[in-house]
Structure formats: C-alpha cells, structure tokens
Design a protein around this ligand. Structure first.
Ligand code: DI6
Ligand code: FE
Length: 404
C-alpha cells in the first residue's frame, strides 16, 4: 500500500462523529494520497506492506484537523483604534455607529482602497491565523455596501485563497448596514442587494453563501427575509448575525430559512434555540466580540446544550467589535467567558465549524476521503490549545497533504 506521506506515533484527535468526544486515537497514524486522507488508525493496525514517499515521526504529539475560522470579516481597510478609545471613555458601539462611525467608518476606508490594498492588509491577518493552524476560513463582504465595492471585497477574499495554502469560503454580507446614500430609502438599498449585488456576485461565482446583520441598528427581520428569499432563488445557503445586541427573533428567522448557522446569539431565547436545533442550524459563538464590547450577557450555552444545538467558535475578526486575529485566543475566551468545555471548544473550531460552512463532507475531521488538512502541535493534551494566552504551540500545518 503506497502513500505520498505518512505521519505516525501521534495522538490523533479525529473529531469523527462516530467516535466519542474528540475521537482520540492513541499512538495513531495518518496517511495521505493526492491531498486526501487515505488511511487513519492505530500504528499497530497499519498494513504490513505500507510504503510512503515520506514518513514523519510524531513522537507522541497531538494532531487535530486543520482549524477552521468559520466567521470573519478579514477583508477591510483602515482600523477603528480611535473608536476603541472612545469606547474606553464610555461611549457605546451603538452611539458611535449612530454618529456615522462604526461599520460606516470602515465602509469609507474600504470603498477608497484598491483590491490589492485590501488583499495586502488581509494577508497580514490571515498569516497570523494560519500560523495557529488554520487551514480554512470564511471571509465576508459587508464594508463595500455598493455593487463595485462589495464585489471588490469578495474578489479580494478569493485572491487570498490563491495566494496562500488555505481554503477560503466567502459570504456576501451586503446586508451589513444601510449605506448613507440610502439612509432615507432603506427599501431601495434592499432592492439593490436583491436585484443587482447578489445576482452579480452569483454570476462571477464570488459568493458561497449569503449573510445578513439582523439588528435594530442594521436590518429588520422583514428586510432580512427579502435578502434570504433572493439567496434561496439563487440556490445559495444563508447564515445570519442574530440576537447579538438586541433580541430580534434572529435565531428563529435563521432556522426558518434552513440557515447553515446563526451567529453571536447573546440574546437568543429557548424558542430560538429549539428552532435552531430542529433546523440543524449551527450556533457560531464569537467570544471576541462579547469580550471587546464588554457585553455582560453570554449566549445561552445551557439552552443550546439542552436543545442539542451544535456549537462552533470563531474569531469574528473585524476592525470594530472583534479585532482578534487569533483562533487560539477565541478558544480560550470561549471556555473562560462562555463556559464551553474544552471538548466543545475544540469541536467548535473543527467539526462544527465545518458544518457551519456546509463543508463537513470534506473538512473538519480526520476520516478517510477527507482533505488531509492537519495541525500538528507541540502538545500532547487537547486542553493545551485552550490553556495558553498568547503562546502558540503549533509545530506544523499540513494543507492537502503537503507540509506548509
Ligand atoms: N456583528 C459584528 O460583531 C460585526 N458585524 C456584525 O454584524 C461588527 C462589524 C464592525 O463593527 O465593523
Ligand atoms: Fe460578524
């Protein structure tokens, strides 16, 4: 039996759903052929006639699937450090946004930036995430808010996937906030999304899914509904920023449309959690935003557990509410601030994150046939990934079977 590469003698956290917990295989081996996992199991069970072009000894190290950051706003121009200082002095995210700052301040910078500039600044952030073992990342638009700039953002996101060994999944988030030129005619902006921006993104193959910000400061459930119906007509899956700052029935709305995920969810109630469970909608938890906004209402983890809602964890990397470029820090924050177990948190950046992207058929666990994307750690116990703050125990990253 011939493989391209064989890693042996490690603790494999497979995240396979047919195994308990993290699906650990002690003294395990994993082999790749043509970028996929061709064999995985205990070293003792390796076929006698096994050969590989390269054999790597793991010396007891922990191996996980490559990490997946399933919710980011990685592409943007400028920063909002000045607004951070205003918040430290007592202003709120909402008062800053109402005064024309917030998302709209990043929109001004992003509209003025070239695609190349957007790529260059996003690469710096992407490289930090990849250095922590990230092999797949979702990237949203939402700071363009017109046809040209939304497409420019999505093209920049696609370019990231060509420049680096990482899988990029895009979401069209034109429904992030109403741009100033449509302030007095919101319906016209929703129509622009539905009639022009979404169809153009689909034509160019730029959008893998459609997202919206359902919030009193952004879009109402009725407006989100129009965007989601258009997405459905184009055959695109949806996901939703829901119940973050105010309880608006966002979780139920996401479930009603069979959304891949509903995200944030600080103010989701039991009915919302039940609807999500019934729809198989993943709860994407974003502790970076909760932390940076000094929110005091954590998402209802107990309700999600009781209802059987799957939970993912992501950075929400963005210049306003979550200037976080570390998936390992997101792990730490999720266990400290939200009370996730280490197991839940690790499943949340692998298996459940893959589900939130609709890509669990190919990513998110170590199983034969899946992409051979691995994170190999200078650690033996899974808890070590959530334990350190600011220490990165990654030893190597494998993308499609290649050491990178
Ligand atoms: N929720 C968030 O936390 C980000 N977007 C969203 O819909 C914030 C984006 C920003 O403030 O720039
Ligand atoms: Fe977000």
């Amino acid at each position: 039996m011939g493989f391209d590469r064989l890693w042996r003698g490690g603790r494999l956290a497979t995240m396979a759903p047919d195994r308990a917990g993290l699906g650990l295989i002690e003294d395990g081996a994993v082999a790749t052929r043509d970028g996929r996992i061709a064999w995985i199991g205990a070293v003792a069970d390796l076929p006698r006639d096994v050969t590989a072009d390269e054999v790597i000894e793991l010396d007891g190290r922990l191996v996980t699937p490559g990490l997946i950051d399933c919710h980011t706003h990685l592409v943007f121009a400028g920063d909002r450090a000045d607004e951070f200082e205003m918040r430290l002095r007592g202003e709120t995210y909402e008062t800053i946004a109402a005064a024309g700052g917030g998302i709209l301040s990043t929109v001004r910078n992003t509209r003025a930036a070239s695609q190349d500039q957007l790529v260059a600044t996003a690469l710096e952030r992407l490289d930090r995430l990849m250095a922590e073992g990230v092999t797949a990342i979702e990237v949203k638009s939402g700071y363009g808010l017109n046809l040209d700039s939304e497409l420019k953002m999505l093209r920049a996101a696609r370019a990231l996937g060509e420049l680096r060994k990482v899988e990029v999944v895009t979401s069209l988030l034109a429904a992030h906030t109403v741009p100033p030129e449509y302030r007095d005619d919101r319906a016209a902006y929703v129509a622009l999304i539905v009639d022009a921006i979404l169809p153009a993104a689909v034509r160019e193959g730029l959008a893998d899914s459609v997202d919206a910000f359902c919030e009193t400061s952004a879009f109402s459930p009725a407006e989100v509904r129009r965007v989601f119906e258009a997405a459905r007509a184009h055959g695109l899956p949806v996901r939703l920023h829901a119940d973050q700052r105010t309880a608006g029935g966002g979780a139920g709305l996401a479930a009603e449309f069979g959304a891949l995920s509903a995200d944030h969810l600080e103010r989701t109630d039991a009915a919302g959690a039940a609807a999500m469970a019934a729809a198989g909608c993943v709860a994407v938890l974003l502790p970076g935003a909760f932390y940076a906004l000094r929110d005091e209402t954590a998402p209802p983890i107990t309700l999600f557990r009781e209802a059987g809602v799957r939970m993912a964890v992501a950075t929400d990397c963005n210049p306003g509410s979550s200037p976080l470029t570390s998936i390992l820090t997101a792990l730490n924050l999720s266990v400290i601030l939200f009370g996730l177990t280490v197991e839940e948190a690790l499943l949340g950046v692998t298996r459940e994150a893959a589900r939130a992207l609709g890509r669990f058929d190919r990513l998110g666990s170590l199983e034969v046939g899946k992409a051979c994307d691995l994170a190999i750690w200078d650690a033996t116990r899974p808890v070590e990934l959530a334990y350190w703050l600011g220490r990165n125990p990654l030893r190597s990253r494998v993308f499609r079977g290649e050491m990178v």
